[in-house]
Design a protein around this ligand. Structure first.
Ligand code: MTE
Length: 366
């Protein structure tokens, strides 16, 4: 078992991912393996819609165009030679924990492991946009990857499309949005976007476009497939339903240990261990329920607040003397005093599963 203070993965620990889909690989972390603040790259989930494009760094170009004063075409070496910035950011796939929805919904049946926390190094997108010079009326920055294919979900576009997402100009020009080439101090692996990917801290993972080849400034809101048909949600505008792109991650907490249906000894100390994160606030409190939500006790954070990075937490429990089935829940509160909702909001469809997730365990003498 892991020492919670250990920051790195020890050699004895099992490292490996769970297959949710093969070709393209969609793999999740066995979340009970949570240990350090940083998720080792080998344990970081992989979410790819199309086959991994093979990009030769020697021939690679990053194009910056659209409503800019100076169009740019940069080589990988150009990017590597620029002033870099390193930051820690949690990425959660918007469909993480989908398997907890009942009745079941279509899509990869992620459990708890489509989330990870890594250290990313690259060039701030703002630095590139500054060199290119944005026109006054630019509203969106589109990030396009080199991967291509036909999406499986309806409504299908007319043919082969690329993976592309936009972020609003105001977010794109903040210094923490990176065009990253390293993850946890090593060059990106092909699965995680080699040679370059975007990292948009605080957003669901879908904004962090991998295999990035094109940055396009637009003067009208971008309406691409991956933020309208997919990765969108229903909002309300003056009483009229409107479709909007998913963006910031919602406040969420997860229990890593114990795991579902784990058997625990009665009347013994057991440390419940997990993480909590948020996209647009800081996580300030963590509450645990040991009785399916009837009552709540406060847990302790292992990590300090660090914007856009998760915080590990723990709760030292003495398991009940009474054998039986117990439902554990975790619920985080943010600096904005908001807390996780009681249930899933159907306006988010099969995304944004941010309510406290029940972990049922058995207390029984072995
Ligand atoms: N970028 C491209 N080009 N193609 C993709 O399929 N998937 C997105 C995003 N960037 C994707 C992409 C989604 S949905 C997520 S959750 C994250 O990448 C996952 O990043 P990871 O595979 O490095 O964990």
């Amino acid at each position: 078992m892991m020492d919670m203070k250990t920051e790195t993965w020890t050699a004895v620990a099992p490292v490996g991912l769970i297959i949710r889909q093969k070709d393209p690989n969609n793999l999740e972390m066995p979340f009970d393996q949570l240990s350090g603040f940083i998720t080792p790259s080998e344990l970081f989930y992989i979410r790819s819609h199309f086959p991994v494009p093979q990009l030769d760094p020697a021939a690679f170009r990053l194009s910056i165009r659209g409503a800019v004063w100076n169009e740019l075409s940069l080589s990988y070496a150009d990017i590597r030679a620029m002033h870099s910035r390193t930051g820690v950011a949690t990425l959660e796939c918007a469909g993480n924990s989908r398997v907890f929805l009942a009745p079941p919904v279509p899509g990869a049946q992620w459990e708890l492991g489509a989330v990870g926390n890594a250290e990313w190094t690259g060039v701030p997108l703002s630095a590139l946009l500054e060199i290119a010079g944005l026109a006054d009326d630019v509203c969106d920055i589109v990030l396009q990857g080199a991967d291509r294919g036909v999406p499986k979900e309806e409504p299908k576009p007319p043919g082969v499309i690329s993976y592309a997402r936009s972020i609003p100009r105001a977010r794109a020009t903040e210094p923490d949005v990176l065009i990253a080439y390293q993850m946890n101090g090593r060059d990106l692996t092909p699965d995680h976007g080699y040679p370059l990917r975007a990292i948009v801290p605080g957003h669901y993972g879908m904004s962090s476009v991998k295999w990035l080849t094109d940055i396009v400034a637009t003067t009208r809101p971008f309406q691409g497939y991956w933020q309208t048909s997919d990765y969108g949600y229903w909002d309300d505008s003056e009483g009229i339903p409107v479709r909007r792109p998913l963006a910031e991650m919602k406040l969420k907490s997860q229990i890593a240990r114990p795991r579902v249906y784990e058997r625990l000894q009665p009347s013994r100390p057991y440390t419940i261990f997990g993480v909590a994160w948020a996209g647009d606030t800081d996580v300030t409190e963590i509450w645990i329920s040991l009785d399916g939500g009837a009552s709540w006790v406060q847990g302790d954070f292992v990590d300090p607040i660090r914007r856009h990075a998760w915080r590990r937490w723990k709760y030292d429990w003495i398991t009940p003397a009474q054998p039986g089935r117990y439902t554990l829940l975790a619920r985080a509160t943010g600096a904005d005093q908001r807390t996780q909702p009681d249930g899933h909001n159907p306006n988010f469809g099969s995304y944004v599963i941010d309510h406290p997730l029940p972990i049922e365990v058995f207390v029984a003498a072995l």
